[in-house]
Design a protein around this ligand. Structure first.
Ligand code: B12
Length: 203
């Protein structure tokens, strides 16, 4: 990880790529993401916030990671035959690496993933969930500022498009889970009885 951070600080693209080669060789995709990649991203953000890593180095490093995750997502494509799941970010939110990693992991488990990426308006979430008849919608909520837009998406989906569940996920402080308990598939009418449950951790 140290090599990754120093390469980002020096804007050394070969060093960034070599450290990613080493990181991704540590084990399965899921193991690498949890044990190496996300801690490395967190350290990258700390380096940027301290001023040790310039915005250019941070952008170069996060783009290199984006390319790796995209390749892993594509490589998992042939297994996508299971339930449809839509994954992405709400309007205004650009931090899509966590969502892309999650989308890749569930695609590797056989789910039929529609990955929307960053900055998706409420109406487009609705359209995506409806057109794919998605069983679930998963939104990544990386910063507190992303939360109102994520809630707007979840509320719209649960009132209209009705996936079986809608899960805005992120740091424990930002996470909330909204679930439609009584799902009426494609009836075009509101469910006779529906509840939304919000699970909000204590602050
Ligand atoms: C890369 C990066 C960027 C890139 C994003 C590129 C991309 N394509 O994603 C760019 C350059 C675009 C960017 C922009 C900004 N960024 Co930024 N960024 C980061 C950085 C370094 C990594 C983000 C990341 O992907 N982390 C990996 C994720 C997965 O980690 P995580 O969010 O902690 O997620 C964990 C859980 O929440 C959970 N999780 C997250 N998503 C999901 C999804 C699912 C489905 C599940 C199950 C779980 C889950 O799993 C993770 C592992 O535990 C972080 C540093 C950090 N600490 O993360 C800063 C950081 C998030 N950024 C920050 C800031 C301030 C910004 C900007 C406002 C900067 C600016 N002035 O423009 C903008 C905002 C853009 C926007 N409108 O969204 C701050 C946020 C501070 C705050 N609390 O609000 C951070 C924390 C940096 C810092 N240390 O200050 N950023």
């Amino acid at each position: 990880m140290q090599r990754f951070l120093s390469s980002a600080a020096q804007m050394d693209t070969a060093g960034i790529e070599e450290s990613l080669d080493g990181g991704f060789a540590l084990g399965s995709f899921e193991y690498v993401v949890d044990s190496w990649l996300f801690p490395a991203l967190e350290a990258l953000g700390e380096g940027w916030a301290r001023g040790d890593i310039d915005v250019a180095g941070e952008h170069a490093a996060s783009h290199a990671i984006h390319r790796r995750l995209s390749a892993a997502f594509d490589a998992a494509g042939s297994r996508s035959r299971g339930p449809a799941v839509v994954v992405g970010l709400p309007s205004g939110s650009q931090h899509d690496l966590g969502a892309l990693a999650f989308a890749t992991a569930i695609r590797r488990r056989g789910m039929d993933v529609l990955y929307l990426g960053a900055n998706v308006p409420v109406s487009s979430w609705e359209e995506a969930v409806r057109s794919r008849e998605a069983r679930a919608a998963v939104l990544s909520v990386v910063t507190p500022g992303d939360r109102p837009a994520a809630v707007a998406v979840a509320e719209r989906l649960l009132s209209r498009a009705r996936p079986r569940s809608c899960a805005p996920m992120g740091h424990p402080r930002q996470t909330l889970l909204m679930e439609s308990r009584h799902w009426h598939p494609a009836s075009g009418q509101r469910p006779r009885s529906s509840t939304s449950s919000y699970t909000e951790p204590e602050h």
